[in-house]
Write a new protein. Structure first.
Length: 93
């Protein structure tokens, strides 16, 4: 993971292992949101699913050599910022 974060070139095997861990975390988060239900959780779940598709596209681009790892990192940062902003908005309601 350190080499991924540092933006160093990594073997596809490392990226695939990392992807499996991220998908597992996504599945756990989505399951938790589904469990609690409610309008706010539904909105957050929809955003999470849309952003997961974006993340997967960026990941695929890195694996195929179409984009540099920094593009994936930037996509993930942007996704996290959007999700955190949505959580902050929900907490004020």
């Amino acid at each position: 993971l350190d080499s991924l974060v540092a933006g160093e070139s990594c073997s596809p095997a490392i990226w695939i292992r990392f992807e499996a861990e991220v998908r597992s975390a996504h599945d756990a988060a989505a399951a938790g949101l589904r469990h609690y239900g409610g309008e706010r959780c539904s909105e957050l779940l929809r955003l999470l699913e849309v952003e997961e598709q974006t993340r997967c596209q960026a990941f695929q681009g890195v694996l195929m050599g179409e984009v540099h790892a920094s593009v994936y990192q930037d996509a993930v940062r942007s996704i996290l910022e959007k999700l955190l902003a949505k959580l902050e908005t929900c907490s004020f309601d």
